[in-house]
Design a protein around this ligand. Structure first.
Ligand code: GRF
Length: 207
């Protein structure tokens, strides 16, 4: 799916964000401190002034905002090209990526539910309202639909009776912070094979 990378020649990540950027921070902490198979080289946001862009600035990573407008996806892809990005990682990106982007970049997305349950922007509240006892987090490939691309990794998260959207979101975030770097490492080391929608993953959880 992607070239096998090495710490000497890491997979170049462009991280797409919209808000707090806690998942971005985990990627920066995991991959940018010392040579690893991947490295965050650019951060793009749907809007200016968000905490995630401050995190990129603090880490010395080039960053920019791309509010929705004419040709946003083509401009975003051009900017990522300028930073020689190889994989786009949507980590809280509140936007739809169109073919203008997806024809040029492989992208993965992090979603706070066990897809195909609860796609869309209100997954945490909808899972809680539905009464599921177990929800979770998903990393999937991005296609033209909403949270509909092939699933790469998932992890379950229990729902407690006294949860509210905030407490459940906090538990989901902890799971995301484990799952996203693992997904990036798997992709960067060429340990994901896709046949149709089915991903074969040679896992590295214990390594
Ligand atoms: C995450 O829960 C992610 O699943 C969702 O948006 C949230 C982003 O959190 N798409 P953060 O900005 O990484 O803290």
């Amino acid at each position: 799916m992607l070239r096998p990378a090495t710490p000497d020649d890491p997979l170049r990540l462009g991280v797409l964000v919209s808000g707090a950027g806690s998942n971005l921070q985990v990627l920066l902490d995991t991959f940018n401190g010392a040579p690893r198979e991947a490295r965050v080289v650019a951060v793009a946001s749907t809007r200016p002034g968000v905490r995630a862009l401050e995190r990129a600035a603090a880490a010395g990573v080039p960053h920019a905002a791309f509010p929705l407008g004419d040709d946003r996806d083509a401009r975003l892809a051009d900017w990522l090209d300028g930073h020689r990005v190889e994989l786009a990682v949507c980590a809280g990106w509140m936007g739809i990526l169109t073919r203008a982007f997806l024809d040029r970049y492989v992208a993965i997305n992090l979603h706070p539910a066990l897809l195909p349950s609860f796609p869309g922007a209100h997954a945490v509240a909808e899972a809680l309202a539905h009464g599921v006892r177990i929800t979770g987090v998903t990393v999937h490939l991005v296609d033209d639909g909403v949270d509909s691309g092939p699933i790469l990794l998932q992890a379950p998260v229990p729902v407690h009776y006294d949860d509210d959207p905030e407490t459940l979101a906090a538990r989901l975030h902890e799971a995301e912070h484990r799952l996203l770097p693992r997904a990036v490492t798997l992709l960067a080391t060429d340990r994901v094979e896709l046949t149709g929608r089915r991903a074969r993953v040679i896992d590295v959880e214990d390594s």
